[in-house]
Design a protein. Sequence first.
Length: 257
Amino acid sequence: MSCLPDYPLILAVVGPPGDGKSFQTAAALNTAGFVAFRFSSSELGGRSEGRPVEQLRSLYKRAAQHAEVDNSYPVLVLEDFDLGPAGRDRNARYTVNSQLLTGFLMNLADDVRMCDVGTSQRFPIVLTTNDLSTLHGPLTRPGRMRVFTWEPTVAERAEMIYSALHGRVPGLTAEQVEKLCARYQGLSVAAISSALVECLGDKVFDFVSQHPQMGIVEAQRRYANGGGWVTLEEIEDALQRRRLTRRRLTFFRAGGE
């Protein structure tokens, strides 16, 4: 990008929540040999006006310093960008910070030299977001931003879920994961990860109850060292419990008794 001054500086990776946009982006950058400077956009903010701009400017400066010292090529990754100050609800006006942050990103995309970031080099900025429509229109125009829609196929989602589970479920096969995805249409990677964490937590508490003389930290360490295995049936039970909980929440929100 530094050799292509007219190429859009910003890449927006847009897709539904929980499908691995941020994780896969970081993994792809790492595999390609880039240095990813990751920052959760929910951390952008502060009481004072202009604070998000200063945070982003500082991140860009750190990337520039890293490139100069290590002779590497950095990429800034702002995760969940629509949840930060630059995003807005459909019926809400832009805040001062959202306008300042959006303007700063537009200036970076147009000419880095006028942004006081300690360098004239253009480092790619990747935004992961669930909803591009919450961002200011001029920021998303083709000259500043390129949009990549994250739409994993059934096979790709199954592969990601297999990668998340195979280290914890003994004897797991790709065919079993494909059947799991078929039973739970639209199953997200985040849902599987949450179910796995829930199962592991249950195992740790069971281990603690069987060894009451241990503290929970020590029990967790010993259980993890012992393998920390779970079964696919336990994963499915956790998914069913989560589905039932969501149904109950929907029922109560609808005024049920």
